[in-house]
Write a protein that binds this ligand. Structure first.
Ligand SMILES: C[S@@+](CC[C@H](N)C(=O)[O-])C[C@H]1O[C@@H](n2cnc3c(N)ncnc32)[C@H](O)[C@@H]1O
Length: 159
């Protein structure tokens, strides 16, 4: 079973009960790499903009902490986090989700994590702000062909 939630994961995460997720597998926007053409958000420190497009790496890290604090709340104490950030991979080192456990990807993009979770017999909760990616994820999960989202063509690879 997969559930796709459209919106800002910081807001959507608040609706998940504490310790309800077995495993988080996610690839957040990297710093200064891509413009996902999504609505600017207001952050706790007063900055308004899109995660990944912060003017400094320090601000990017601060906003990552703001998001991952909430992810920590929904993750079970025996859960695991698999973070794909740039070229580096990090985890708690305790393996993945149990069979029939719940996997969360708060930055779902086209839904690759849900496809893998399904193949491995896990449930999955996806969160994604860009509605075009949500449609892509829905189509992929339904086994339908997908075209790249329109904004993919507009993605700027930043200097
Ligand atoms: C690196 S991509 C994820 C790629 C994904 N693993 C895939 O297979 O397509 C990051 C995604 O996070 C989304 N995003 C950025 N800020 C977000 C937020 N606050 N809440 C939810 N999604 C967000 C972007 O729209 C983008 O699709």
């Amino acid at each position: 079973m997969e559930k796709i939630l459209t919106g800002d994961c910081r807001v959507l995460l608040r609706d998940l009960p504490a310790e309800s997720i077995n495993c988080v597998v996610t690839s957040p926007p990297y710093w200064n790499l891509r413009d996902y053409k999504i609505e600017p958000l207001l952050w706790e420190d007063g900055w308004r903009g899109v995660h990944g497009l912060e003017p400094t790496i320090e601000l990017y890290v601060r906003h990552s902490i703001e998001i991952f604090r909430e992810i920590r709340r929904v993750l079970r104490s025996d859960g695991t986090l698999w973070l794909n950030l740039g070229d580096s991979y990090a985890s708690g080192g305790r393996g993945g989700s149990p069979l029939h456990g719940i996997v969360l990807d708060p930055f779902a993009g086209a839904g690759t994590v849900a496809l893998v979770a399904r193949n491995l017999g896990r449930h999955c909760v996806l969160m994604e702000m860009n509605p075009e990616y949500v449609v892509m994820a829905e189509r992929r999960l339904a086994g339908l062909p997908v075209a790249p989202p329109i904004t993919e063509q507009a993605h700027a690879v930043l200097p």
